[in-house]
Design a protein around this ligand. Structure first.
Ligand SMILES: [Zn+2]
Length: 471
């Protein structure tokens, strides 16, 4: 390049080719130095932040530079390398055409590229095709990255309540990945939710609790029962990674709850006797639990006419089927509570709830074996040993076995609703627990029947029959 340059441009581009990406500052520094070394007067510096590095993405600075070349306000360009300048052979040919027409000089840090000579063009074309090859490599690398993420159990998708996504930075402060970190306050609440669910609180009640604590969903809405239910069913809280609704392996994030807690909560949430309570939260101990001694129907709070202040006073249980049995609530509740406390104080209370520990262990180990096979399949896929289709087929088969194994675990899982409720402290524990838990304990342990009595006969404790359920 012998002709004299009147004004040279520096073109710098940052691409998403992370790890080898050359900082724009470094490119500009080197190019400015090169221009100065050549004695080329520096004109404009053009910079594109071409993070997507796809062929379709516009490069506004590059386009402005081509304009400047056409208007001959610049007659030379310095780039760090030709791969910064053009991304496709078509772009390169267009640039070569412009260089021809306008007698443009081109220099790169790697050496001069004289587009006026066949050798220079060849060099540029080779570099150009190398750059294009790199774009293709990049999409391959992204695919590979996804596989590696799957293999490493990295999280993807929407952040669930309890976690936040944090960037992982290299020593230069550049983002090289992300990880899901526990948000302590939210994790605390999640543990509380599981504990309460195991204790028999309804989903609706849990949603109310969350809202009262000032928490909102990711979309900023108030929680409702179904949302809380879906949340608690997420295996990721116990450290499992799922894909398309199925567990595919272990997550790399820290679990918030143990597998044991998760299993217990699922056992409670899927228990056959569980009521899906709608409407107002029960305020009455035996509503819907106590049975009518006349017809076997269910006792419900009796609706009186509203009081002058608009509230209802419901102080009676009444049979909602035969409508012929009514009892004052308070004395019935007192009897049942006293009997429950006495029962919970006895050392043998847990004996009849004893599950089949051997069956539970067997079910749990077969579930773990299936999870391990899913892990292996994910590894094999990431390693390229099997195809995505093969992995999907294996997971499809394993998914069915997993559902079966999980059902077995749930079946033999002891429900821990009595944790902390028995023994010497039974009375204190009973007094401080929620009405939901009391109701669930009564439901699990006993059948309560309110017996009929003749007209004018005063209430006696014998009119409440309490039969213990056997395991
Ligand atoms: Zn009845």
């Amino acid at each position: 390049m012998t002709k004299s340059v009147r004004s040279c441009a520096v073109y710098a581009r940052i691409s998403s080719d992370e790890g080898t990406a050359l900082g724009v500052t470094r490119q500009i520094e080197d190019c400015t130095a090169e221009a100065s070394r050549r004695g080329w007067p520096l004109g404009e510096i053009f910079t594109d932040n071409d993070v997507s590095a796809t062929r379709t993405k516009k490069r506004p600075a590059y386009e402005r530079m081509l304009d400047a070349i056409e208007h001959r306000t610049i007659d030379a360009v310095v780039v760090w390398d030709v791969d910064r300048l053009t991304r496709t052979p078509a772009e390169l040919e267009r640039f070569i055409g412009l260089a021809d027409t306008h007698g443009l000089a081109l220099a790169s840090i790697g050496g001069e590229v004289d587009l006026a000579t066949p050798q220079g063009r060849l060099t540029a074309r080779i570099k150009g095709s190398v750059a294009r090859h790199e774009v293709e490599q990049m999409s391959r690398r992204l695919k590979r990255k996804f596989q590696e993420n799957a293999k490493a159990g990295k999280s993807h998708g929407v952040m669930p309540f309890g976690y936040r996504r944090e960037p992982i930075l290299d020593e230069n402060g550049r983002r090289i990945g992300s990880r899901d970190a526990i948000v302590p306050a939210e994790a605390e609440v999640i543990r509380e939710l599981y504990a309460r669910a195991i204790a028999g609180d309804t989903l609706r009640y849990l949603a109310k609790y969350l809202n009262e604590q000032g928490f909102r969903t990711g979309q900023g809405n108030a929680f409702i029962g179904n949302v809380v239910g879906n949340m608690l069913r997420k295996p990721r809280y116990a450290g499992h990674r799922t894909h398309a609704g199925q567990i595919i392996g272990k997550g790399e994030w820290e679990p918030i709850i143990s597998q044991d807690t998760y299993d217990q909560a699922m056992a409670v949430l899927t228990a056959p006797g569980r009521r899906h309570q709608r409407g107002i939260e029960p305020k009455h101990l035996l509503s819907g639990i106590a049975l009518c001694g006349r017809c076997g129907g269910t006792m419900r709070p009796n609706m009186h006419k509203p009081l002058p202040d608009g509230t209802h006073r419901r102080s009676n249980y009444a049979c909602s089927d035969c409508m012929k049995l009514t009892r004052k609530m308070e004395p019935v509740d007192e009897v049942v509570e006293a009997v429950m406390i006495a029962r919970l104080s006895r050392p043998d209370v847990l004996a009849h709830l004893s599950e089949k520990p051997d069956d539970l262990a067997a079910a749990a180990s077969s579930r773990d074996a299936i999870l391990a096979r899913m892990d292996t399949a994910a590894d094999d896929y990431a390693d390229g040993t099997i195809t995505a289709r093969q992995m999907a087929r294996m997971n499809e088969r394993l998914k069915a076995s997993l559902a079966e194994a999980e059902a077995q675990v749930t079946k033999y899982q002891p429900v821990r609703i009595l944790d902390g409720m028995t023994g010497e402290n039974a009375a204190v524990a009973w007094g401080s627990t929620t009405i939901n838990r009391k109701r669930e304990i009564i439901r699990q342990l006993a059948t309560v029947t309110i017996l009929p009595s003749g007209p004018g006969i005063r209430f006696t404790p014998e009119q409440v029959k309490i039969e213990w359920k056997q395991a």
